[in-house]
Write a protein that binds this ligand. Sequence first.
Ligand code: SF4
Length: 217
Amino acid sequence: MLDEKATTQALAVMATKFPKVGSSLVADSDFHFLLAVILSAQTTDAAVNRVTPALFAAYPQPENLMQAQPIEVEKYISTLGLYHNKARYLVACARDLVNNFASQVPRNHRDLQSLAGVGRKTADVVLAERFHIPALAVDTHVERVSKRLAMVATDASVLQTEKVLMTKIPQEEWIHAHHLFITWGRQVCTARNPACASCPLLAMCQEGKRRMNEVNA
Ligand code: SF4
């Protein structure tokens, strides 16, 4: 397993290759950013960004959205996967914001996760990106890359993965590390065809070496 020092070194290598990383979701308010993160489940940020301008214009505040019927909201997001459920979540989330939080997006895990459609990962992303509160959201890329690099045990749950990474990465680096993992997972260590042969982390990556041995066998 990579220890704290090696984990930090691996992230430094990622940062050298990708010096500019960050969220690509576009939103003009905390409320709209929360909606965008809910919509981003199992789809790309680019796809979300294509539908949100019209959605946000139609529903500028939670009070507007809570009065909508989900079928009306579906018209704006029908190009996204799971749009039936997402439309219901958006309306219910707006209602929760108005009824329980004076229409403001809360700034802690517990309250965020009390909102419809908001799980731990969504809460982490909102806290980190909108309020700069240290969090390390574990999505499919973070989980895959950290496990392939043996920063985390392969059988660790998502929550265990988050906890282990938080112990190995300095708190002030959590948000940046989240973005590095995602970019690395999209561009280098992809799910089906990781670029191990040209990967600058190959020397410290047992999974990469195993794959290279298979190729060369
Ligand atoms: Fe991923 Fe391969 Fe690089 Fe390891 S060597 S981090 S498996 S691309």
